[in-house]
Design a binder for this molecule. Structure first.
Ligand code: 5GP
Length: 122
């Protein structure tokens, strides 16, 4: 599938500095910041700086250096947030069935309380 990227999405605006964010980590190719509507005591979003719609788009087309940087950034944020002992959940929603609200790849890191089962049954 060929993805088309909407450069007016809210995370693109954050990357351009048009909208403020609460940054927790910035690397050469990635940015991590707190979710504006946290669902748990720790709720951090990690995004690549490149224009990728979702995980599949990124995995198919990003240079290896960006992929390595991004995966390492997710791990680094977990360690910085101190959630590796009690645990955490990574979520990356994509498309209509994934109920993706912002069409720029992001991983949610949620942690800080027991998170319940992975999905509701409905
Ligand atoms: P999605 O449903 O696309 O996986 O998640 C999008 C996430 O982005 C939501 O958890 C939402 O709270 C968060 N979000 C939406 N707009 C903003 C914003 O302007 N700033 C920040 N920090 N988070 C946002």
């Amino acid at each position: 599938m060929a993805y088309s990227y909407d450069s007016e999405n809210i995370f693109a605006k954050i990357l351009r500095g048009e909208i403020p964010n609460d940054t927790v980590l910035e690397t050469e190719h990635s940015l991590a910041f707190r979710d504006i509507a946290p669902k748990a005591p720790t709720h951090i979003l990690v995004i690549p700086k490149g224009a990728y719609v979702n995980f599949d788009h990124f995995a198919q087309t990003a240079p290896e250096a960006e992929i390595v940087d991004y995966i390492r950034a997710v791990g680094e944020v977990c360690r910085q947030a101190g959630v590796e002992d009690d645990g955490f959940r990574l979520i990356s929603n994509a498309g209509r069935h994934g109920v993706q609200e912002v069409p720029h790849l992001h991983v949610h890191i949620v942690a800080g309380r027991p998170l319940g089962r992975m999905l509701a049954a409905d």
